[in-house]
Write a protein that binds this ligand. Structure first.
Ligand code: MRU
Length: 339
């Protein structure tokens, strides 16, 4: 594995980690369910356990899910498992993020052509990191000194192996000496904004505050210059699925005339899907809504609904920040032609 940019401050100093990597025959991951309280690394030597780690959100965020899936395929190949069966098992872990399917198909093609499994999976993870680095370079040009920037969920290094998608331009602009402020919305019910994005921004020393999801329009009205999120799947017409609550922000941004950017590598684009209505939205347990820290906070008789993602229509997107540059939703067809 090459180096990483995710600097983790621990009691023993600073460690450089990736969200997902391979070491000594095992797929390694930061257990994101434990953050921000502790940095726990878990390891797996069976592709079915990797699939379960994707399902239970030990690792999460579209590109990290893709890299975990690549290492899962690598383990399946090393153990001599049936690759068709392993592909199905891993793809069944979560339905919405395109990277999961892209990564499994990418690995299947390489493995059935005889590629070395570890080299192929490490290559996949490195490719994602390179794309995120380019996203950071293109996107940082949008960020000016003194800006107020809003993001949602976590689209940082944790979600993308390293660097980030939505956080890549923020990380790069800060490293270049620009100074600005980031609102990280908490992202109920799994709190990726509060527990993961805020943790990453803190590690980097980037000025920020966590806000309740419901406070987004309040702060937009006071003055937000730019909103940037990640994406889980972007369809051919420019509609995109992302963490629940993204659509609300895009509508509010339109109301206030605030530019709304979506940062994602081309692996998140599903060129075969025409529009967002076809995206399968993962429905998760209502307990994620009714319980906090394992304690029920809702009335016993009240069930909860828990869609994990929503779909924002292309007309609310200012542009996509990709490794190929900053693309207007209408430019997607041109990129499709190149792929
Ligand atoms: O349910 P999660 O935590 O996997 O959802 C993650 C998101 O919605 C991210 O914003 C998205 O994957 C983009 S990550 C670069």
């Amino acid at each position: 594995m090459r180096g990483s940019n995710l600097k983790v401050r621990t009691e023993d100093g600073t460690q450089d980690l990736r969200a997902v990597w391979f070491d000594n025959g095992k797929a390694m991951m930061i257990d994101q369910r434990e953050l921000p309280h502790r940095v726990k690394v878990v390891s797996f030597d069976d592709h079915k356990d990797v699939a379960e780690a994707i399902r239970n959100m030990t690792t999460r965020g579209a590109p990290s899910i893709g890299a975990a899936a690549a290492y899962g395929m690598c383990l399946a190949s090393l153990s001599g498992a049936d690759l068709d069966r392993a592909s199905k098992d891993i793809k069944a872990a979560r339905p919405t993020a395109n990277d999961l399917f892209f990564a499994v198909d990418h690995m299947y093609t390489l493995l059935t052509k005889g590629s070395d499994p570890v080299t192929a999976a490490d290559g996949y993870a490195d490719m994602i990191v390179d794309k995120c680095t380019k996203i950071g370079e293109y996107g940082s040009r949008l960020i000016k000194d003194g800006m107020k920037i809003m993001t949602h969920c976590n689209a940082g290094a944790l979600a993308t192996v390293d660097v980030g998608t939505a956080l890549a331009p923020i990380r790069k602009a800060w490293a270049d000496g620009k100074r600005f402020f980031v609102y990280a919305s908490e992202t109920r019910p799994r709190l990726q904004g509060m527990q993961l994005t805020a943790w990453e921004l803190y590690q980097e020393g980037i000025d920020h505050a966590v806000i309740p999801d419901g406070a987004s329009a309040y702060y937009m009205e006071k003055g937000v210059d730019l909103i940037i999120t990640g994406a889980d799947r972007i369809t051919a017409n420019g509609d995109f699925a992302n963490k629940i609550g993204t659509f609300d922000k895009a509508i509010a941004a339109k109301h206030f005339g605030i530019p709304f950017y979506v940062a994602a590598p081309i692996s998140t684009f599903d060129f075969d899907m025409k529009g967002g209505k076809d995206i399968e939205i993962e429905q998760r347990s209502g307990k994620e809504v009714t319980e906090i820290g394992g304690m029920r906070i809702a009335p016993e008789g009240s069930p909860a609904l828990n869609p994990a993602f929503d779909v924002t229509p292309a007309e609310l997107v200012t542009a996509f920040v990709t490794e190929k540059g900053i693309l207007n939703p209408k430019d997607i067809r041109r990129v499709m032609a190149d792929e």
